[in-house]
Every structure is written in structure tokens, then in C-alpha cells.
Write a protein that binds this ligand. Structure first.
Ligand SMILES: [Zn+2]
Length: 190
């Protein structure tokens, strides 16, 4: 398990996934915190979307080509969530639709307490299936609250569930504070 703690400001796991890219709006600073399938499995374990991350880690090291292909497909899904919600890209929506249908065809509906829940396959395609289910869930929900952080470079996205729907920043302590300081300095130079 990596030492990384992934951001959880999205208000929906599919937005938390988008937020694994830091400084998305500045090409010179952008950092992808999911550079390989191991990082994806860490993320899945932290978000609690797959049942047995250790078993998948073993499968990934035994089948590196499959792991690399799954990583590429998951990265494409992540970018599709961003492009579907914020750019209304038809290609992105089509990709999520395809992955969702594919995920359902490989998943099973199992009893989970008082409800039934889709369980992704236990093989290396499981994380992509779990993520496709999340992406579909987000895309088919009410997206009026979908926002992107007001910072010029940050690019983190979230559902604004604040009572007055006036959340501007991903985090008040991070981007909010930094931008307030910046504005203060800009004013005091006048
Ligand atoms: Zn931000």
C-alpha cells in the first residue's frame, strides 16, 4: 500500500478520481498521481471500490501487459468523466456508455445487507468495471451542482453541496486561502 492519501473533495468518487490529476489546468505543473496500475489499486483500496486489492496487486505483477492496458483504459475513463461533465464531449459520453455496458456484462448482482449491489469481477478488469459503474452513476445524477475550483491552475472538480451553492474553491484551506492572499497582495500594491 502506497503512502499517498488521495484527495476526497469531489463529493462523488468519480469526481475524486478526476481529482487524482493535480494542477489540471496548467500543462507545465500538471501531476498525475495515478501513473501506473499499482497507484490505481491504491486509489481503489482507499475509496473502497474493490474487494481484495492485495489479490489484484499479485495479478498485476503476474500479468504486466494486461495491467498496463487496464491502466490506460482507466486513465481514459477518468478523462472521459471530466470531458463528459465539463465539456459535454459526445465521445467521452460514448466511452462511458460502452464501459458501463461492458462492466455490467462482467459484474454480478449480489445481496449486500438490505440491498443488492453490483460486484465487479475479481480479475484485473475489476477496477475498470467498478470505475465505469461510478462514472455512470455520476453522469446520470443531477449535475447542476458540478463545479470546478476557481483557481487558475488547480482544476479539481466537486459537487457543490453547500447550503447556498456558493462554493468557489476545492478547499478553503488550500486554493481558497492561497487566492485570498494573492488578491490581498494585488490590492495592497495599488
Ligand atoms: Zn483548487
Amino acid at each position: 500500500m502506497g503512502a499517498t492519501t488521495f484527495p476526497r473533495v469531489g463529493g462523488h468518487p468519480a469526481f475524486d478520481l478526476v481529482d487524482t490529476v493535480h494542477w489540471r489546468l496548467d500543462d507545465t505543473r500538471a501531476i498525475d498521481t495515478l501513473p501506473d496500475v499499482e497507484a490505481v489499486l491504491d486509489w481503489c483500496a482507499e475509496i473502497d471500490v474493490i474487494a481484495d486489492p492485495d489479490a489484484l496487486r499479485a495479478l498485476a505483477s503476474a500479468a504486466p501487459a494486461t495491467a498496463t492496458a487496464e491502466h490506460a483504459a482507466i486513465t481514459a475513463l477518468r478523462e472521459a468523466v471530466y470531458e463528459a461533465v465539463f465539456e459535454e464531449s459526445p465521445d467521452a459520453v460514448a466511452l462511458i456508455a460502452r464501459e458501463h455496458i461492458d462492466a455490467l456484462s462482467r459484474s454480478s448482482l449480489q445481496r449486500d445487507g438490505y440491498r443488492w449491489r453490483w460486484h465487479p469481477p475479481a480479475d484485473l478488469t475489476g477496477p475498470r468495471a467498478a470505475i465505469a459503474l461510478l462514472a455512470h452513476d455520476l453522469l446520470t445524477s443531477d449535475l447542476r451542482a458540478a463545479r470546478q475550483c476557481g483557481d487558475d491552475a488547480c482544476g479539481w472538480v466537486y459537487l457543490d453541496t453547500s447550503p447556498r451553492h456558493n462554493r468557489i474553491w476545492c478547499t478553503a484551506a488550500g486554493c481558497g486561502n492561497r487566492n485570498r492572499v494573492k488578491r490581498h497582495h494585488a490590492r495592497s500594491r495599488v
